[in-house]
Design a protein around this ligand. Sequence first.
Ligand SMILES: C[S@@+](CC[C@H](N)C(=O)[O-])C[C@H]1O[C@@H](n2cnc3c(N)ncnc32)[C@H](O)[C@@H]1O
Length: 381
Amino acid sequence: MPNFPVKFGNSEFLYKATCERDESLIKVSQSSEEFFIQIREKKDVILVKADKISRPSQVVFVQQALRDFRDLCECSVVFSNIESQKIKNKKKFDVIKDIDFFADKFKNEKEMWIEVGFGSGRHLLYQAKKHKDIQFVGLEIHKPSIEQVAKQCEIQSIDNISILDYDARIFLEFLNSNSVGKIFIHFPVPWDKKPHRRVISSEFIGESIRVLKPNGTLELRSDSEKYFNYSIEEFFKLSKLNININKNKDLDISSKYEDRWKKQAKDIYDITLKNEEISKEKQKIGKIGFDSRYEFVKIVKNFQKVVKNEKDFFLHVEDIFIINENKGLIKISFGASTKNERVYVEFTKDRVSYFPDNILETKANKQAHNLLLEWLKDTIK
Ligand SMILES: C[S@@+](CC[C@H](N)C(=O)[O-])C[C@H]1O[C@@H](n2cnc3c(N)ncnc32)[C@H](O)[C@@H]1O
């Protein structure tokens, strides 16, 4: 194993942090992205892979880091899935934005339309080309889809889309009230066995109404009768409601999923909610950080995993990774019970920060962050 920090190829390997289970994280800096790669040592074999929590939206950066690390270590490769002709484009796409862009700089001078879970992007690209005066925001959590659609925006010179690798259930909290013309949710994952992961919930509907302009619409399209019925129930929790329901309505453009369901002769359900309210403005959401420093040496000494579940939020402290006496990481999962955040907390002598540093001041995150501060206080006693 090399000594850190070390530069090799296009990557800088900043440090190695190790936990008890012969598992390590190596922090990589590359093309203005920072993330971890994971190392697991088993007898005389080392398994090196991307870390899911910190993985950047463009998988090419991770692939490059993995290849640089392999070459740096001069290991013989037993198996690899990063060698391929697929690895061509190592360019950062302008159309892919970080959440900070929406938290700080974003001004929607044009009317905004949002597509949740755009997948192959057929509908998003079609709408953006058709409505050049609209600023589109495409939300997706599947990284290959994000890159694929970003590439299409470039090839087709589409400049009115911003793509964001972010959970749609949290995103709306960033937007000004009465600022969005349309929200499309086409064929969301039904999550029949994990309903808490569904995009549609009374909370999401409430936030949609807040961000929609008067006469703005939330358009849900699904092939799942169960999801349709569930959604109807969620919509009817509102005291006042204007919805329109359609079955097997044809749209101008058919998505990849839709084509599949149509071939199987499945029914397709549409629910369109029309907003009729003017909502109150809401304070912009910032990011959560730490004001105090904590001595990492004390955290290591007293570290204990913890599971704290409150009614609407939770904190799980899952693991500790040590860089040296004064530096290290803890791995946590926290936030709202319906939309959890997985993140590391990075401790150095001078500062404590979340990594990736994108924990937003949502109500549940603030409550969960306070639980973490209590845990830190107890741990360093
Ligand atoms: C079944 S696919 C449908 C894709 C596309 N709308 C279509 O019709 O072809 C659902 C998509 O939603 C994305 N997704 C699921 N949960 C999400 C969330 N909370 N925020 C953003 N995207 C999400 C998934 O990654 C997936 O690409």
